[in-house]
Design a protein around this ligand. Structure first.
Ligand SMILES: Cc1ncc(COP(=O)(O)O)c(C=O)c1O
Length: 449
């Protein structure tokens, strides 16, 4: 931007950025030992803060190789002829502090199973967060229920519990909180609302292995909890998922349903198959990889938390960088992603896209995360489908369209910056690189405009 050619608004913005710069220079000691990397921004042809590679993901060891090979050689590849899936289910339930676990082919099918066994389907409404991976929308729509969004709390990136009650009506059957990015949602408030309105709670914990709310694992706080073990996840096996819960009868139904409706435990055969079923069984190979991966989960979680807290302490005083907050009830996060908000008004109004490119050029891979998916075609296609038109009145669907606005989420989608989980498996020095690169961009913001 040409400083001689400022409009009044730009001038005020530039002036306030200037005073922020002055404030920043006063607070430089707060940056601790971030080694300030002076010089030209890498995106403008300068030296990047970092050229070293980041930890890659997934990480595997010989124990997985051995057990996968032994399953291959045995010919017992499906769970009906092996013990590996059951062994992992027992281990995972124990680790989560819950009675039962049923593994599925992936997280999407864990959620679909949970919705089915809790009898949530045609004509029902489920309250979900708009700020999530598309699978959370898909499973509700796929169950022929209406995904009703409650706006996001931009400070925590989670569903805003104070926006849930206004979305409840007589057709609401469940709340599906997502512990998105591996940061726990406010489960005290969500469970209190669910109790008051007699709603089921299905936790989408597909990004939140080992995260805790008041010392209890995420996924154990509602009626059922669902997880994903997809390739990018902290407990990965390519594709995989699980449902966990404490109610034996519900868990029996999960097992039976995922196994073609065959009788299981309290689910008895009357004539033929007693319940409708499908096949969502995990293979023995998937479980073998999980049994190997689960060994590193505790240590990795510890490391991610330590590095995340350290990184927050390093970047929190850079003007325009707002680290995520954790609710008071969070005793541990999973950190599937490390998020912060970027306020461009502190960076000479450089658009977020340019900030992301500048940060990437400094050797810090990053992304802007989810967009406002409720504005794209998916919801409208669902509302116009034969199933939805039969299941919901025209009046209801029109009201839904009118209410489909989430200003806090819209804003968050414009400001979010994500760093990936494997970066948090680096060292404190690696975190210093992230902080130094961010500070370098801040200090050179006038050159980017
Ligand atoms: C929040 C959330 N829900 C659901 C899913 C679906 O899991 P999967 O990919 O294993 O089907 C994912 C996977 O990324 C997710 O992140």
């Amino acid at each position: 931007m040409n400083e001689n050619n400022l409009t009044r608004r730009q001038f005020i913005a530039a002036a306030s950025a200037g005073s922020l710069a002055a404030a920043a220079s006063r607070t430089i000691p707060a940056y601790g030992n971030i080694s300030k990397k002076a010089g030209k921004l890498a995106i403008l042809g300068g030296q990047p803060v970092r050229t070293k590679r980041w930890p890659s993901w997934p990480v595997w060891d010989r124990s997985a190789e051995k057990s996968v090979l032994s399953i291959l050689r045995s010919g017992n590849w499906f769970r009906g002829r092996g013990k590996t899936v059951s062994e992992f289910e027992e281990k995972y339930a124990k680790l989560m502090g819950v009675k039962r676990c049923v593994c599925t082919v992936n997280g999407t099918n864990a959620l679909l199973t949970a919705l089915h066994v809790l009898d949530i389907g045609v004509g029902d409404e489920v309250i979900v967060s708009p700020y999530t991976f598309i699978a959370t929308y898909n499973v509700v729509i796929g169950s022929c229920a209406l995904p009703v969004f409650a706006d996001t709390d931009p400070e925590t990136f989670q569903i805003n519990p104070d926006k849930i009650e206004e979305r409840i009506n007589k057709n609401t059957k469940a709340i599906m909180p997502v512990h998105i990015l591996g940061l726990p949602a406010n489960m005290d408030k969500i469970n209190a609302i669910a109790r008051k309105h007699n709603l089921k709670v299905i936790e989408d914990a597909c990004q939140a292995w080992m995260a805790e709310w008041r010392g209890k694992k995420c996924g154990t706080l509602g009626d059922l909890g669902c997880f994903s073990f997809q390739n990018s996840k902290h407990l990965p096996c390519g594709e995989g998922g699980a449902i966990i819960g404490n109610d034996d009868e519900i868990m029996d139904r999960c097992f039976s349903y995922h196994n073609c409706g065959r009788p299981y435990g309290s689910v008895k055969r009357t004539s033929g198959y007693p319940i409708i079923g499908t096949n969502r069984r995990m293979t023995e190979y998937q479980a073998a990889i999980l049994l190997s991966q689960i060994k590193r989960l505790e240590k990795d979680t510890q490391m991610r938390n330590e590095n995340a807290h350290y990184l927050t302490s390093k970047i929190k005083d850079i003007p325009g960088i707002i680290p995520h907050k954790l609710y008071e009830g969070v005793t541990r996060a999973a950190y599937h992603l490390y998020p912060f908000r970027y306020k461009k008004e502190h960076f000479n109004n450089i658009p977020r896209g340019k900030f992301l490119s500048a940060l990437s050029a400094e050797g810090i891979p990053c992304s802007g995360g989810y967009g406002p998916q409720y504005k794209d075609g998916l919801i409208e296609v669902a509302l116009n489908s034969k199933n939805f038109k039969r299941s919901f009145s025209k009046k209801r669907l029109n009201k839904y369209r009118e209410q489909n606005h989430y200003p806090d989420n819209d804003q968050l989608c414009k400001e979010a910056v994500w760093l990936s989980q494997s970066m948090l498996l680096g060292t404190k020095r690696d975190m210093d690189d992230i902080a130094a690169a961010t500070l370098k961009i801040y200090e050179n913001r006038n050159k980017l405009a």
